[in-house]
Design a protein around this ligand. Structure first.
Ligand code: ADP
Ligand code: ADP
Ligand code: MG
Length: 680
């Protein structure tokens, strides 16, 4: 076994490899770009080497820098992770030339599978079934059009050098072929500097089923069963599971053996995946081979109880594989979902920004992630936030776990696909195992419903959170205040005229929703509970909130009792959002529109010598006299505006030079009420 390895990657896969290396007592070297200086993988590794600017092309994709970093730190091997240089035969060669072990297959095997067309020629010779199609060298448009006609429409044009769905175009009719061919070639040229294409029969409602293979340098090769990756968007995987629903033993064996034949045909060593596309009747065809570890490898680990990164390290250091084919068993069922920073409603556009709040369900699921709360998802790299992986004794049990885990997943600060993932997990067709690659598109209306305004429950929860916040602020002010018995510090909306009430205002689109809270003074019950009647758009409701940990409340609303979490964040545009997690997948953001906050901000902004009225209103109390020395936060006077009382406080320590109005006077908005001199 190696004593030190370098991980030529970032994010969750770098963290994942470090985890296993540490368990095996192998020291780790991370690499990082300017954008990743404070990244989780850097913090986790024993050592880290800076390799350049944020752009991957100038850092993670520069083989020489990685090899130099390995040399300098004395790493004996490089784990490439996936993406970046993991399927770059030139890099594998360069590692060998530098005397560093590339933890992956031989460069020749990468080359053999590098072109989808060449791979198909090889597979044809190894008697692996292929999708009907054309993968020849003649690329003249006339010949390609004729081949498409022979295969029969619809067909799929694919870039031979392709990956990530680029240069891939379905063509439904002969008339569209020329235009789509030109488009696919342009895209392929731009993405891979190679516009060679192949044509396949475009299967209807197919399933993506892939086989995990492994081979060692002793010449043994085996398969670790299948993964079903049919839940896709834009031909890219979103949810993966193992085993595949409905797979029977005979087909599993046939696919496994075909995959092993494919690997053996190219002298494979290490972890690899043979991807098949399966027809509705179960007929399967070779699609491509990925000569690396896959993003979705954890579902295989969960059902086999094996650590594939450990296998990789052992095999790369010359050891045989830990188990034989006969010793491998499938235990239960596993799902993986990819939590992406993206906006499904806007064509799955990546979303960037700071993870203001991140709660991943680590108690319920295996979490593979490269980020922590407070980290930034940048536009430089893949927008995956985390993989959430669950295991259960059967598919139904695993699916229940997945739903629970997703319900506890909270991300604030950027858009994510968590609501989509939750809706898929809850969908009866998905639950029945009837999956194919068109699932998301076909069920689009249910999975990606049009956004609606906030419901009464979200409004109630956000309002209760806001009231709890006020109460906490009042308690704190009270604790700091000399006049502990002043009714102005009471926390229950107490008013001179008896029953107290507060109002919280929310911006909903262009309109404002005001939620009034009338406090009940009933005795008994939990003394820490906030109890009130809320006027909601749908009618009045009795509510109670009890704090249950940071940002968490136990709520009683009407007859319902539930837990909720509310995260308040300052938005980039200066507004303040309350993101409510109370059962709705992905949470619900409400924009606060609050005159009380305006008063605070204004008061805080005075500095230069005055306290102004934040709203038009009436002075109902003056709590200080001219010349008084006050501390920051001390109550100065009380203004009644919009049926609410607003206590204006001292913006800083200082002296009240002059109070400009007396009790009972009306004042306009923005008027100077107190001439104030901050302490030096
Ligand atoms: P990539 O290199 O982008 O992974 P693949 O060849 O593996 O490209 O195909 C990606 C996805 O495109 C598959 O998982 C499947 O959903 C779809 N696909 C590929 N080939 C076909 C086909 N012949 N018919 C229908 N869908 C296909
Ligand atoms: P900002 O509003 O901060 O300027 P964007 O408009 O680009 O930034 O997108 C972030 C928005 O997404 C924020 O307004 C925030 O309220 C909202 N948001 C964040 N987390 C969630 C969530 N879990 N559910 C719904 N909306 C959210
Ligand atoms: Mg693929």
């Amino acid at each position: 076994m190696f004593s030190k390895i370098l991980i030529a990657n970032r994010g969750e896969i770098a963290c994942r490899v470090i985890d296993t290396a540490r368990r095996l007592g192998v020291r780790t070297v991370a690499v990082y770009s300017d954008a990743d200086r404070d990244a989780r993988h850097v913090a986790m590794a024993d050592e880290a080497v800076h390799i350049g600017p944020a752009a991957a092309r100038e850092s993670y994709l520069v083989g020489e820098k990685l090899i130099e970093a390995a040399r300098r730190t004395g790493a004996q091997a490089i784990h490439p992770g996936y993406g970046f240089l993991s399927e770059n035969a030139g890099f594998a060669d360069a590692c060998a030339a530098a005397g560093i072990v590339f933890i992956g297959p031989p460069a020749s095997a990468i080359r053999a599978m590098g072109s989808k067309s060449e791979a198909k020629k090889l597979m044809e010779r190894a008697n692996v079934p292929l999708v009907p199609g054309y993968h020849g060298d003649d690329q003249s448009p006339e010949l390609l059009a004729a081949e498409a006609g022979r295969i029969g429409y619809p067909v799929l044009i694919k870039a031979a050098a392709g990956g990530g769905g680029k240069g891939m175009r379905p063509v439904l009719k002969a008339e569209q072929f020329a235009a789509e061919l030109a488009g696919a070639k342009r895209e392929a040229k731009a993405a891979f500097a190679d516009d060679h294409v192949l044509i396949e029969k475009y299967l209807q409602r197919p399933r993506h089923i892939e086989i995990q293979v492994f081979a060692d340098s002793q010449g043994d090769c085996l398969y670790l069963f299948e993964r079903d990756c049919s839940i896709q968007r834009r031909h890219q995987k979103v949810i993966e599971e193992a085993p595949a629903p409905g797979m029977d033993l005979a087909r599993r064996k046939a696919m496994g053996e075909a995959a092993v034949a494919a690997a053996k045909a190219i002298g494979y060593v290490g972890a690899g995946t043979v991807e098949f596309i399966a027809d509705q009747d179960g007929t399967f065809f070779f699609m491509e081979m990925n000569t690396r570890l896959q993003v979705e490898h954890p579902v295989t680990e969960m059902i086999t109880g094996q650590d594939l990164v450990e296998w990789q390290l052992r095999v790369a250091s010359g050891e045989p594989m830990p188990l034989t084919q006969d010793q491998l068993r499938i235990d239960g069922h596993a799902f993986e979902v990819r939590l992406y920073a993206e906006d499904p409603a806007r064509g799955f556009l990546p979303s960037t920004g700071t993870l203001r709040h991140l709660n991943l369900p680590a108690d319920r699921a295996r979490i593979d992630t490269g980020v922590r709360q407070g980290d930034v998802v940048t536009p430089h790299y893949d927008p995956m936030i985390a993989k959430i992986i669950v295991h259960g004794q059967d598919r139904a049990a695993a699916l229940r776990r997945l739903s629970l885990a997703l319900a506890e997943t909270e991300v604030v600060g950027l858009r994510t696909n968590v609501a989509l993932l939750s809706r898929i997990a809850a969908h009866p067709v998905f639950a029945s195992g009837d999956v194919d690659t068109g699932f998301i598109e076909r069920h689009r209306a249910e999975l990606l419903p049009k956004p609606t305004g906030p419901d009464d429950r979200s409004l109630a929860v956000a309002t209760l959170a806001r009231l709890m916040e006020w109460r906490a602020e009042a308690t704190e002010r009270h604790a700091r205040s000399a006049d502990r018995y002043s009714p102005w510090h009471r926390m229950d909306g107490w008013r001179l005229n008896g029953e107290g009430h507060d109002e919280v205002r929310w911006s909903v689109g262009d309109s404002t929703v005001v939620v009034a809270a009338h406090y009940s003074r009933a005795a008994g019950g939990d003394p820490s509970a906030l109890r009130c009647r809320l006027d909601l758009p749908g009618g009045g409701m009795d509510a109670q909130a009890v704090s249950a940990g940071p940002n968490r409340m136990r709520i009683t609303l009407g007859g319902d009792v539930f837990s909720a979490r509310v995260i308040a964040v300052d938005a980039n545009d200066g507004g303040r959002d309350y993101v409510v997690f109370a059962g709705e997948p992905g949470g619900r953001a409400l924009r606060l529109n609050d005159p009380r906050d305006a008063s605070r901000t204004d008061a805080a902004a005075v500095g230069g010598g005055s306290v102004r009225s934040p709203l038009p209103g009436k002075i109902i109390d003056v709590k200080i006299k001219d010349g008084a020395t006050v501390s920051a936060g001390d109550a100065l006077l009380v203004l009644e505006a919009m049926k609410m009382e607003h206590t204006l406080t001292a913006p800083s320590d200082g002296t009240v030079k002059r109070v400009m109005f007396a009790v009972g006077e009306q004042v306009a908005e923005g008027v100077e009420l107190i001439e104030f001199e901050p302490a030096a």
